[in-house]
Design a protein around this ligand. Structure first.
Ligand code: SF4
Length: 449
């Protein structure tokens, strides 16, 4: 890149919070190298797609977006198109073969190398870098994400990769083996974000509960939480995602002891059938999962618990499905993300026999969604009449002078309030509960919530 030339970038992000976080850090890196944000893809000099390969649907969307960009490049031959993230890591050859419009492919561990890669692509070379980050310093070499005015929350990735090899999941193949950032590196990024005005930090990792095991000396995830909880200026601390197998008593205890740690956990169950959990290589039984829920609720009775479920895993019988339905009815999650199983090439589940018919998978998904919608509404109705601390984040999509914010338990609350309340926390009296959100009226802004 010519350091004196200002060029415009556009990043389109697919998939999970980890991708959103990494796009933010890539944007900051590009801005350090004289790029400015473009108003749209059409007005950009470089377009980066940050891709996801967890589900076929996401991959299909990316291929169709590339079809659109191919046409855009015909009208602007100087446009550079880069593809990064999980799909780029997993299907680089196919992407390069199918789309001559792609100038650059960068893998999940190549982010800090992007300036040099973009420079090479600018010189007319077709660039491919899906190499690992051997020194494990990728995040430390990226500038912190740009924080826009009024932004209350930010993500901080604390680890990369996964060693669990759940049989349906492509992540260990595209993100590589698990490694953790040092606590100093994590704390440093958190401090920078707080100094820039962030009030709430969500720690990210494919399996945050095994944070620190690869460090020398090792450190437990709960010890990192204790250190973050002491940061002045931080109001709320969250984390995603947890694997039930690694949910330690020390971590559960954090929910009872740490005032900034919000009372919400996302703990994927995936199935209520022990037979299917074994076939998924999840390393716990339904009974062990329920005992974890009991411990969490004992440590923090008002904790909200959300989860992921996959229906129609290969070999799932009516009896297995019934076990999942029973588990959901017994646990009563606050919310659930339910998916029907789809094959991902390269995973072990892909070659399993006894695939479940599409119509059965969809039917099972619908049944569980109906059950969970009733439970979610009932769980939310328990909050009607209570006063909740709400951190206001955005103007609400509802009509009227409304803002939207979240409770500590991660429930969305719509509330009539002035725009000046954005970025502030106030107590809200909840008077109405829906399936996915609550409504209330402002009580008062409080210093000590
Ligand atoms: S824990 Fe399992 S589902 Fe989660 S990223 Fe690792 S392999 Fe995938």
């Amino acid at each position: 890149m010519d350091p004196n030339e200002t060029r415009r970038y556009h990043i389109k992000t697919f998939g999970c919070q980890m991708n959103a976080y990494e796009s933010g850090r890539v944007a900051a890196l590009l801005e350090k190298h004289n790029f400015t944000p473009a108003e749209s893809a059409e007005s950009a000099d470089i377009i980066l797609l940050n891709t996801c390969s967890v589900r076929q649907k996401a991959a299909d969307k990316i291929y169709s977006e590339l079809g659109r960009l191919k046409k855009l490049k015909l009208t602007n031959p100087r446009l550079l198109i880069g593809v990064g993230g999980c799909l780029a890591q997993h299907e680089s050859d196919k992407l390069l073969k199918q789309f001559s419009c792609i100038d650059l492919i960068y893998g999940t561990q190549a982010l800090a190398r992007l300036p040099a890669l973009v420079r090479a692509a600018t010189q007319g070379k077709r660039v491919l870098d899906v190499e690992p980050d051997a020194a494990r310093t990728m995040y430390a070499r990226l500038p912190r994400s740009v924080i826009v005015r009024g932004q209350t929350g930010a993500f901080v990735s604390i680890m990369q990769g996964c060693n669990n090899y759940c049989t349906y999941c492509i992540v260990p193949y595209v993100r590589g083996p698990e490694w953790s950032r040092t606590p100093e590196d994590v704390l440093n990024e958190a401090r920078q974000l707080i100094d820039a005005g962030v009030r709430e930090i969500t720690l990210l990792g494919q399996n945050v509960n095994s944070y620190g095991k690869t460090l020398s000396p090792p450190i437990a995830f709960n010890a990192l939480l204790h250190r973050l909880n002491k940061l002045a200026g931080l109001e709320r601390l969250r984390f995603i995602t947890s694997h039930p197998r690694d949910l330690s008593d020390g971590l559960i205890d954090c929910f009872a002891k740490l005032d900034k740690l919000c009372e919400h956990i996302h703990l994927p169950l995936q199935s209520g059938s022990d037979r299917i959990l074994l076939a998924m290589n999840r390393s716990y039984t339904g009974g062990q999962y329920i005992r974890l829920i009991e411990k969490l609720r004992a440590a923090r009775p008002d904790i909200s618990i959300t989860s992921d479920i996959i229906v129609g895993f290969p070999g799932e019988t009516e009896r297995d499905f019934e076990s999942t339905r029973e588990a959901i009815a017994r646990i009563r999650f606050d919310d659930l993300f339910i998916f029907h199983y789809t094959d991902r090439a390269g995973t072990r589940a892909c070659s399993l026999p006894d695939k479940i018919a599409y119509s059965t998978r969809v039917q099972r998904l619908k049944e569980l969604n109906t059950l969970q919608r009733t439970i979610s509404r009932q769980r939310n109705e328990l909050l009607v009449g209570t006063s909740q601390a709400v951190l206001f984040e955005t103007p609400s999509s509802r009509s009227g002078a409304c803002l939207a914010g979240r409770t500590r338990s991660n429930k969305v609350v719509n509330c009539p309030a002035q725009h000046s309340m954005l970025g502030r926390t106030a107590r809200v009296l909840i008077h109405k509960a829906g399936i996915h959100s609550l409504s209330g009226t402002l009580l008062h802004e409080q210093e000590n919530l």
